[in-house]
Design a protein around this ligand. Structure first.
Ligand code: NDP
Length: 292
């Protein structure tokens, strides 16, 4: 029985953050400071943690960071006005509205109000369309991080069978677009998919983005496959709270060729890619060459 190689997202993300920090330092030499504004509505505890971490890492990379905290009862008009202010502010190169928004707000309308060039999450319908047609866009951070790890491990992805489990707009769909762009044969699975186990067993690349703890066991995995576990699930086990992925790590690691751990896999890459997107947005806004 083989033992999978661990894909160290933490170390990879640290390298990306280092590259971003160098890029930021070069821009500062020209008098330009990249800036990221994050808008948080309400008091979702997980979102507060994410937003805090984003702020810390943004500042560590040498960029300006602003956190706009709005009360849960904020109106659609007030939120749209906040986005309009940030669109108009030349010091702000990236705008991120933390999702999910409270139920009374129309998230699509808010996201589509962000200036597409500042949409560092890549969720604006224009960026979605650009990605889908293979044009230069802002690429959503989580799938971008997954793609970077896959390219790093596998090199050329062309012709590989990729199965993406999950079809959300923020992970599953853009992940599938990126893999298609790298010439994988892509299947997107979801809650109505038949014979999911069989489908997964054909995957050279398996990306799990479901939100169900340890849903995918080792015997759904093709021997030697590369497994990217996007899931972050908080569970109670042995009297304590643990974070686990959508893949049953222990059984999967005996079959896969390589696998991302949770935590320490996709999670840190997501924030690193957010910083990279902010740097890219700043370069584009200033007509400067983009970092690779
Ligand atoms: P969503 O809830 O938006 O989407 C989940 C998807 O999983 C849906 O498409 C759903 O299908 C599908 N699904 C649900 N149950 C099953 C099932 N039994 N079999 C097959 N497919 C199923 O989640 P997100 O995409 O936003 O997030 C997915 C996971 O990734 C979560 O755990 C989230 O916390 C994590 N995440 C991690 C990030 C990171 O930085 N590492 C960033 C973003 C998310 P259907 O469409 O039919 O309902």
């Amino acid at each position: 029985i083989g033992t999978a190689e661990l894909i160290d997202g933490k170390a990879f993300a640290a390298r990306i953050r280092g590259d971003v920090a160098s890029g930021v330092a070069r821009l500062k030499g020209q008098g330009i400071v990249p800036g990221l504004a994050v808008v948080l509505v309400g008091e979702d505890p997980a979102s507060e943690v994410y937003v805090r971490n984003k702020g810390i890492q943004t500042r560590e990379a040498g960029m300006n960071s602003w956190e706009h905290k709005l009360p849960a009862e904020t109106t659609q008009d007030a939120l749209m006005a906040k986005v309009a202010d940030l669109n108009a502010d030349p010091a702000v190169h990236g705008i991120l509205v933390q999702l999910p928004l409270p139920g009374h707000l129309d998230a699509d309308a808010v996201i589509n109000a962000i200036a597409p060039g500042k949409d560092v999450d890549g969720f604006h319908v224009l960026n979605v369309g650009l990605l889908g047609t293979g044009q230069k866009s802002m690429v959503p951070c989580t799938p971008l991080g997954c793609l970077m790890m896959l390219r790093d491990r596998l090199g050329d992805l062309s012709g590989l069978n990729a199965v993406v489990v999950g079809r959300s707009n923020i992970v599953g769909k853009p992940m599938a677009q990126l893999l298609l762009g790298d010439s994988c044969t892509v299947t997107i699975a979801h809650s109505r998919t038949k014979d999911l186990a069989e489908l997964c067993r054909r995957a050279d690349i398996l990306v799990a983005a479901v939100g169900r703890p340890r849903m995918i066991p080792g015997d759904w995995i093709k021997p030697g496959a590369t497994v990217i576990d996007v899931g972050i699930n908080r569970i109670e086990e042995d009297g304590r709270t643990r974070l686990v992925g959508d893949v049953d790590f222990d059984s999967a690691a005996r079959v896969a060729g390589a696998i991302t751990p949770v935590p320490g896999g996709v999670g840190p890459m997501t924030i690193a890619c957010l910083l990279a997107n902010t740097l890219t947005a700043c370069c584009r806004a200033n007509g400067l060459p983009e970092p690779e």
